[in-house]
Write a protein that binds this ligand. Structure first.
Ligand SMILES: Cc1cc2nc3c(=O)[nH]c(=O)nc-3n(C[C@H](O)[C@H](O)[C@H](O)COP(=O)(O)O)c2cc1C
Length: 345
């Protein structure tokens, strides 16, 4: 793979400035955005030697879905800003790489059209002010074959970003902005509901009959509450540094969430994962898989479906390489022993 920085630079050349800023930016001072990548780098590894790593297997299974590597595509909004075929291209590239797409509630193509091209996929849910609209959207996702729902819990309001002045700065026509929200009577009803609560998790499970994962977990008490309400999995995330600025890096939050779940449900993580070494670190901390946000957007912007596939394929290869050098021929050999204790300040 192009190293991440080079890929980002190429995407920056291709995209209009407002779009690049919307994708790349974080909230506030962007301190959480920066710390997400830095926190992975702070974790040092303790590789094993003299293990036969002539063949390395990165494959895994997650909630009944087989994956080529423990890497999923995170839900991100409005792919038509990056590439004309938008989520249709993302779906194809993801499928070809043997990965899983988490389709955003804010997709710019119809759910049914994306589903027709996708391999296994999950649907990300924002609970809208109009709960009827949310239910209708979820019913469509279920009918179209989503294997699970992902309730995003960290977005009662959209975090304020300096680089961008909201949707209005983006070159996105209303038909695409609201493509999945037919029957909307007023635009404000499609905003995230600030009163979203654990009761919505119960409702989503009952309405859909699907496993529901919760995204945005950073604390043990929230993790336990999610399990109490029947969550099928947790995603440790700070929304790629786009919600509360100053929120801790996901690499730092992951251990307490893993501990709180006690192995009862899979814990996933996203935010700043950029290399096979980062994937290895996440797994060593107890995550079952990682999700990629911006790297996939840059792949989409620079090469459409092929670009998405290349990003995922190269991260899989880089993960295999990191596993080999750590002396771990498959994911079952990755544990906390591969991590060194933190350096004293
Ligand atoms: C441009 C952009 C749009 C996003 N849109 C959504 C969204 O619609 N729903 C959601 O749950 N998360 C959304 N996220 C957050 C991602 O799912 C993910 O948590 C984050 O991008 C991971 O960090 P990374 O970009 O450093 O890999 C978005 C992130 C970006 C960068």
């Amino acid at each position: 793979m192009l190293p991440y920085d080079a890929l980002e630079a190429l995407a920056r050349e291709r995209l209009p400035q407002a779009v690049f800023d919307y994708y790349a930016g974080g909230s506030g001072e962007e301190s959480t955005l920066a710390d997400n990548t830095a926190a992975w780098a702070r974790l040092r590894l303790r590789p094993r030697i003299l293990r036969d790593v002539s063949s390395v297997d990165t494959s895994t299974e997650l909630l009944g879905v087989k994956l080529a590597a423990p890497v999923l595509v995170a839900p991100t909004a409005f792919h038509s800003l990056a590439y004309p075929e938008a989520e249709l291209a993302t779906a194809r590239g993801t499928r070809e790489a043997g990965s899983l797409l988490v389709l955003s509630s804010r997709a710019s193509r119809r759910i049914e059209d994306v589903a027709a091209l996708a391999g296994p996929w999950w649907f990300q849910v924002y609970v809208f002010r109009d709960r009827g609209l949310t239910r209708a959207l979820v019913q469509r996702a279920v009918a179209a074959g989503a294997r699970a729902l992902v309730l995003t819990g960290d977005t009662p309001y959209v975090g304020r970003k300096r680089r961008n002045r909201g949707d209005s700065a983006l070159p996105l026509p209303d038909e695409e902005l609201l493509v999945n929200l037919e029957g909307l009577t007023h635009r404000s009803l499609a905003e995230q509901a600030p009163d979203t609560s654990f009761a919505d998790l119960d409702r989503l499970r009952e309405d859909s009959g699907l496993p529901v994962l919760v995204k945005g977990v950073l604390r043990a008490d929230d993790a336990r509450e999610c399990l109490h309400h029947g969550a099928a999995g947790l995603i440790v995330s700070n929304h790629g540094g786009r919600q509360l600025d100053g929120a801790l890096a996901t690499a730092e939050a992951l251990p307490e969430v893993v501990e709180a779940t006690g192995g009862r449900v899979p814990v996933l993580v996203d935010g700043g994962v950029r290399s096979g070494g980062d994937v290895l670190r996440a797994l060593a901390l107890g995550a079952r898989a990682v999700l990629l946000g911006r790297p996939v957007l840059w792949g989409l912007a620079t090469g459409g479906a092929d670009g998405v596939r290349q990003v995922l394929d190269s991260l899989r290869e880089d993960t295999a390489h990191a596993l080999a050098l750590a002396g771990a021929p498959d994911l079952s050999r990755v544990g906390a022993d591969l991590l060194a204790p933190p350096r004293r300040p």
